[in-house]
Design a protein around this ligand. Sequence first.
Ligand SMILES: [Zn+2]
Length: 259
Amino acid sequence: MKIIFTLLLSSMALATVSIANCFVGIPDDCPTGKVCAKYNPAGDSRCVDIPKTAPMIFDLPFDESSKVFCTQSSRLSTATHVFQNMLYAIDLTSHYKSDPGKIYASAPGKAFVHSGCKNPAGKPDQTKTDDCGLGYGNHVFLLHNEGYISIYAHLSEVLVKTGDNVRARQEIGGEGATGKAAHRHLHWDVHKLEGPKTSWEKTLSEPGWGGYSVPYRFRVKINGTEKIVNSSEIACRWLDQTQAPWSGTYKGSQDPKLK
Ligand SMILES: [Zn+2]
């Protein structure tokens, strides 16, 4: 371990590019306007520009009556949301004693579906994981305006088809544990696609992620009070018993282009 660290330091000293190692977490140790992200499985990290928050406000992708818990927010050094393509993702879980949640579109968009993964039978806290769907299991991308996409992963089943124009709050699948999911949950994220518009559909026709994770805002009710939460500002982790459950509050997107 020590040898690797020394090698890394010496290679950094020789390098003239702006790659720096930083602490992935809240707070990180990057300068203002930057955020720490890992960039390879070995855990090397660097400060990258903080992306602009997505302009629209999303709805919670669960049924309004269900209570859901945030079990992983972003940038926890011990967790998995540390790479640039999931830096602002959130894991949401219905109560382990309740039935799996129904998953709804959090804004209208065009669907791109990657399915065929088998949902493991058994308890919500099962730990069998696999690489199906590049680890994301059954997943749906919804393409919104300006190259923003919302992502719904680890679904037990998918109820829409590629090419469907999905309405806000349309049911798109079930909360599951397909792919690399240590427990039944929804991995929910928003990305911004770059490059020409004509390339977006091709990107989304491949499984896995296109573009980088961006901060996004969404409405929840916490203890009966409606709040708008930014995915970059919350900190939650599995088995955090201090948090109150969230429930959905639906008003449709506040981005006029998405009405
Ligand atoms: Zn996740």
